[in-house]
Design a protein around this ligand. Structure first.
Ligand SMILES: C[S@@+](CC[C@H](N)C(=O)[O-])C[C@H]1O[C@@H](n2cnc3c(N)ncnc32)[C@H](O)[C@@H]1O
Length: 228
C-alpha cells in the first residue's frame, strides 16, 4: 500500500443541479460509513458473486470511482495498480482500513466523480459499483469515466435498478422518494438509460436478482465515433 493523498475540496460541492447536493450526500455517507463497514460481510454475501465476476479481469492501472468502504478491493487481482476515489471522508477512512487488509497496492483520494482531476486516457480499467444512483449528475460521471479511460481500456459497472418483476418494481416505486430522502440514492434509476445518455459505448450487460442488479461492460468512444 502507498501514500494517503488528501485532495482539495472537490469542485461542485454546492451544486444543486438535482435534488441532493454533494454536501448533502457527504453528510448522508458520514452517517452511513460505520453501518456500511459493519454490514460489509452481509453486503458481500448478497453482491460478492457479481463483484467477483465483473471485476476479476480488471487490469493495469485501475480507477475505482465512488469506492465506498473498499468492498471491491477483495475482488481485484493483486497485480493491479489501484486508485480509489470517493466524495466521503468517512467512507474513505473505512476504505483505507480495507486497503491495509488486502494484497492490492494503491491509494485513495477524495474527489467528485463528476469532475475527476486525472488526465485523459490515464487508466486501463475504470470500475464502479452501486454508485451512479447517488451522483447528482450521473451522465457527467460516466463521461468522466470515459475520458480518463484509455481508448482500448474497459469501464466495468455494477448498478441496481428497477426489478423486472412487476410487484417488486411497484414496491421500489413506492419506496423511491423516502429512500432518496434518506440516502440520496435513486432506487428506480434505469442504469442502461443513463449509460445511453453518456459518451460511453455499450459492450454488454447482464441482470440478476429479479432484474435489480445490472452488470455493464462499456468502453470509451474511439476516433470517428460520434461524441454526444
Ligand atoms: C451506495 S455507496 C456504494 C459504495 C461502493 N461502490 C460499493 O459498491 O459498496 C455510494 C458511494 O458513492 C459515493 N459518492 C456519492 N456521490 C459521489 C460523488 N459525486 N463523487 C464521488 N463519490 C460519490 C458515496 O460517498 C458512497 O461511498
Amino acid at each position: 500500500m502507498t501514500s494517503h493523498a488528501a485532495s482539495e475540496e472537490p469542485r461542485g460541492v454546492d451544486d444543486e443541479s438535482s435534488g441532493m447536493t454533494i454536501a448533502d450526500i457527504q453528510a448522508a455517507y458520514a452517517d452511513a460509513a460505520d453501518l456500511a463497514a459493519r454490514f460489509d460481510r452481509v453486503n458481500r454475501l448478497l453482491t460478492g458473486r457479481y463483484r467477483r465476476r465483473q471485476f476479476a479481469d480488471a487490469e493495469g492501472r485501475v480507477l475505482e470511482v465512488a469506492c465506498g468502504t473498499g468492498t471491491n478491493l477483495r475482488y481485484l487481482p493483486d497485480s493491479v495498480e489501484y486508485v480509489g476515489i470517493d466524495i466521503s471522508e468517512a467512507m474513505l477512512a473505512r476504505a483505507w482500513e480495507t486497503l491495509d487488509r488486502v494484497d492490492v497496492d494503491g491509494r485513495l483520494e477524495r474527489m467528485d466523480a463528476q469532475e475527476l482531476s486525472f488526465a485523459d486516457d490515464s487508466f486501463d480499467t475504470v470500475l464502479s459499483s452501486f454508485s451512479t444512483c447517488t451522483f447528482p449528475d450521473p451522465v457527467a460521471a460516466l463521461d468522466e469515466m470515459a475520458r480518463v479511460c484509455r481508448p482500448d481500456g474497459r469501464v466495468l459497472l455494477i448498478e441496481h435498478g428497477p426489478s423486472d418483476v412487476d410487484l417488486l418494481a411497484r414496491y421500489q416505486e413506492y419506496r423511491a422518494a423516502a429512500h432518496y430522502e434518506r440516502s440520496g440514492c435513486r432506487l428506480t434509476q434505469e442504469p442502461l438509460d443513463v449509460l445511453e445518455r453518456s459518451t460511453l459505448v455499450f459492450e454488454e450487460s447482464d441482470t440478476a436478482q429479479l432484474g435489480r442488479i445490472t452488470t455493464i461492460t462499456a468502453r470509451p468512444p474511439r476516433d470517428g465515433e460520434v461524441d454526444r
